[in-house]
Design a protein around this ligand. Structure first.
Ligand code: ATP
Ligand code: MG
Length: 789
């Protein structure tokens, strides 16, 4: 087994080998994406164990995600050709610190069985403290305080250490409230996430004996993704490593993407100062990506200032250029990507088949996922969302859906319970119990039980008033639906057995959007939107975006009920975990991962780079966005596709989008511009099969020329003038301005309810389709999508 165990060394290049074999003293491995940093780190752990330098439980290794930690453990096991006796100290900063803190909780006034609060608990506590402090909750919301305190904890500042300008925060009372909050946590025997590190740093700083014990115990320390450590994490590491200085940190300044959460790239730069004589190892060969992908990423990141600067090369010459494609709108982008994924799965003339597991979509903002999830459900393409809940499982989406459910079905008690006190209406456990009792005793739904209490005036004070308002609102919204539905509801193909006739003027029945307006009003008038607007945590803007996206999704349906059914279907779609699936995740969650095929959608100014980073004075935010783009491109091994949409629909209005400024920065020699399918779709509608719905007129939309005349697009196109080919998507375009369908007889199509079928004939925008299972139907072309060839 000796020979087999050492095999992990043979696979390494000389620089990696140096990083693995320089066991004593500080080592800094600073290298670009895909150069084998994580591989070397893993081999180093194996080597420490194999050479007997340390037992597995004497090695402290921190990575960024639990997934990465699991993979690292497995790989170490494989390197050593068999089982290792566990590595208790290989994990995330948080998981390691929880374990340590349980051992020494009493040193910071806690018991070892302390609980870890989630954000909701945290906010509730802070709210109480703000009230006690006689501050106006409206002006000084708890969520803002939470953000402030988290920030201090990331910088390892205890209440006593908050000083200087920072003390002016939160009406000059931030640090006072911070102290009160920490006291309160102590009384509750609880900590929040930030405390895990903060308490450990405090313990190490105040108890030399404890620190010395761990300095001896952890003989070797290893850190992956070092560029994303915050000050507290950095201090903690430095304290632990100060004795033997056997610390190996691995990172890439170009991939620092957590500045918004307190990470400091400066930690990399400080390393050499803190650990003089550190061996600095640079890796330059990229083993992950082909030449064009690497060159595109390197070209882009070169626009950042103040980089440490690195050259990367790869032996994988040639390959496909990074593809760049513009779409008419976001729905079309999702449709196109879905088709590409299926084509890759089957294999094409120029590409071998790629399994779904090897394809990924990386988005800038989580609300972008919705269009893909809906689309993939429609075409039955299995997907998984990594590093977060799927769109419809998100907290804010479930809250909003509960409002919609209660408004459409007032007897939905689960929905009632979810939102009766969200946002907070002073209807706590006691009030809710009384509603429960009233409902049970009278055989009523909770909503009716609440109505009864209101009628009897059973709840006094603020709670009573709030409950009255709540039931009145729900009842009013419910009545509005009832009034609106019969008159304006439009039957869609899936509700109708056979025939969809266009209205008399020959135009497809316009989708009445009153339910969309109503949904918007529900979210606003209930105070739900305001709750997140007042929220100062970093997640809040994302949640508000998700809510907008939810309302947008509603536009594709004729009423709330239909939409709720659709979502119920999505939630039911969860097949077994072993099935092959395409991955959808945010760029942040993609760190350290790699996929043969990567799609990067939504490269539009305001989305990527984010509006916030563009509004900011200075380049800090923009440069972090650019690093995020670099992380995205460098996840791809063989095929990387960047796309953008010229239009996105927001609240029923078309909003024109400009291609991302990052597109201008891609080196043209390594990019192939693909002609947008919509250009061949004919007519002003752009050919997106979903473009027929909605109330937008053509004037609302930016002209295609505006989009494609942007400097970057033109530059790329001129560099590429040879390479434009007739896209095969062209014949898939359905409706154009004159109401003609582009389907030809014999085309295969797919319909949500009827399944697959073949076009037998067409007339205007109507098709006659012979469905494999459902037989012959006549329907609007916009209700089917082209089936994969
Ligand atoms: P990132 O910056 O994205 O985290 P990384 O530097 O950690 O990337 P790894 O994930 O370790 O890079 O390696 C990238 C790919 O290169 C992996 O598929 C890995 O198996 C492969 N690889 C690493 N080192 C070598 C090597 N010496 N020879 C061949 N392939 C290698
Ligand atoms: Mg890595």
């Amino acid at each position: 087994t000796q020979a087999r165990a050492a095999a992990y060394l043979d696979k390494l290049n000389p620089e990696q080998r140096q990083a693995v074999e320089t066991l004593d003293g500080p080592v800094l491995m600073l290298a670009g994406a895909g150069t084998g940093k994580t591989s070397a780190l893993t081999a180093r752990i194996a080597h420490l164990i194999h050479t007997g330098r340390a037992r597995p439980n004497e090695i402290l290794a921190v990575t960024f995600t639990n997934k990465a930690a699991r993979e690292m453990k497995e790989r170490v096991g494989r390197h050593l050709g068999g089982a290792i006796e566990g590595m208790p100290w290989l994990g995330t900063f948080h998981s390691v610190c929880v374990k340590l803190l349980r051992r020494h909780a009493e040193l910071v006034g806690l018991k070892s069985n302390f609980t870890i609060l989630d954000t909701d608990d945290q906010i509730r506590l802070m709210k109480q403290l703000i009230v006690v402090a006689n501050m106006d909750e409206k002006r000084w919301p708890a969520r803002q305080l939470a953000g402030l305190i988290d920030g201090w904890k990331n910088k390892a500042l205890t209440p006593e250490r908050v000083s200087g300008r920072e003390t002016a925060a939160f009406d000059n009372r931030g640090s006072e409230l911070y102290a009160a909050y920490q006291d309160r946590l102590k009384t509750l025997n609880a900590v929040d996430f930030g405390d895990l590190l903060l308490h450990m740093v405090t313990i190490f700083q105040t108890h030399a004996d404890v620190l010395a014990q761990y300095q001896r115990w952890f003989r070797y320390i290893l850190v992956d993704e070092y560029q994303d450590t915050n000050v507290a994490q950095y201090l903690w590491l430095r304290l632990l490593a100060q004795g033997h200085k056997n610390i190996c940190c691995v990172g890439d300044d170009d991939q620092s993407i957590y500045g918004w959460r307190g990470a400091e790239v400066g930690n990399i730069l400080k390393f050499e100062k803190d650990f003089p004589g550190a061996a600095v190892i640079r890796l330059e060969q990229n083993y992950r990506s082909t030449e064009h992908i690497l060159a595109a990423a390197s070209g882009l990141i070169a626009a950042n200032e103040g980089r440490l600067g690195k050259e990367l090369w790869t032996e994988a010459e040639g390959g496909e250029k990074v593809r760049l494609i513009g779409h008419w709108d976001g729905e079309e982008e999702a449709r196109w990507i879905g088709e590409e994924i299926e084509a890759n799965q089957r294999g094409t003339r120029s590409r071998a088949p790629v399994s779904l597991n090897n394809q990924a979509i990386l988005v800038r903002a989580s609300h972008q996922m919705r269009a893909f999830e809906d689309r993939f459900l429609t075409i039955g393409l299995p997907y998984r969302v990594i590093g977060g809940p799927r769109f419809y499982e998100r907290l804010e989406i479930r809250d909003a859906m509960a409002y919609f459910r209660l408004v459409t079905s007032p007897e939905d008690d689960l929905a009632f319970e979810r939102i009766i006190n969200t946002p907070k209406r002073g209807l706590g456990d006691k009030a809710q119990q009384r509603i429960q009792i009233a409902a049970r005793e009278n055989g009523l739904s909770l909503l009716d039980g609440a109505k009864l209490l209101v009628a009897e005036g059973a709840l006094s004070g603020k709670a009573g008033g709030q409950l009255r308002l709540f039931v009145e609102n729900i009842t009013r919204w419910h009545d509005e639906i009832a009034q609106a539905s019969p008159a304006t509801a439009v039957t869609r193909a899936e509700d109708d057995d056979l025939l969809i006739e266009p209205a008399e003027d020959g135009v497809a029945p316009a989708n009445d959007l009153s339910h969309v307006r109503l949904a918007e009003r529900i979210l606003e008038e209930s105070g739900y939107v305001e709750m997140w607007q007042n929220d100062k945590t970093p997640e809040a803007p994302g949640r508000l975006e998700n809510l907008k996206e939810l309302v947008k999704a509603l536009e594709q349906f004729d009423n709330l009920q239909g939409f709720l059914e659709h979502v119920a279907l999505i939630m039911d779609n969860d097949k077994s975990e072993t099935e092959e699936k395409v991955s959808i995740m945010t760029l942040h969650a993609a760190k350290g991962l790699e996929f043969p095929v990567v799609f990067l959608p939504g490269w539009e100014d305001g989305l990527f780079p984010s509006q916030r980073s563009m509004d900011e004075s200075g380049l800090k935010g923009l440069e972090e966005e650019r690093r995020l783009a670099y992380v995205g491109i460098t996840r791809a091994e063989a095929l990387c596709t960047i796309s953008f949409a010229g239009n996105r629909r927001v609240y029923g209005q078309w909003q024109s989008q400009m291609p991302s400024r990052f597109i201008d920065e891609l080196p043209p020699a390594h990019v192939e511009v693909q002609t947008p399918p919509g250009l061949y779709g004919g007519g002003m509608n752009g050919g997106g099969f979903s473009a027929g719905a909605g109330s937008a007129t053509m004037e609302d939309r930016v002209s295609r020329a505006d989009v494609y005349n942007s400097p970057g697009w033109r530059r790329l196109q001129s560099a590429q003038s040879r390479g434009i080919s007739q896209p095969r998507e062209a014949r898939h375009m359905t409706i154009d301005a004159s109401g003609e369908s582009d389907y030809e007889i014999g085309d295969r199509v797919f319909h949500k309810k009827f399944g697959y079928g073949e076009v037998m004939g067409s007339e205007g925008d109507k098709l006659v389709v012979e469905f494999d299972k459902a037989g012959e139907k006549r329907l609007l072309a916009s209700f089917v999508v082209p089936a994969a060839d």
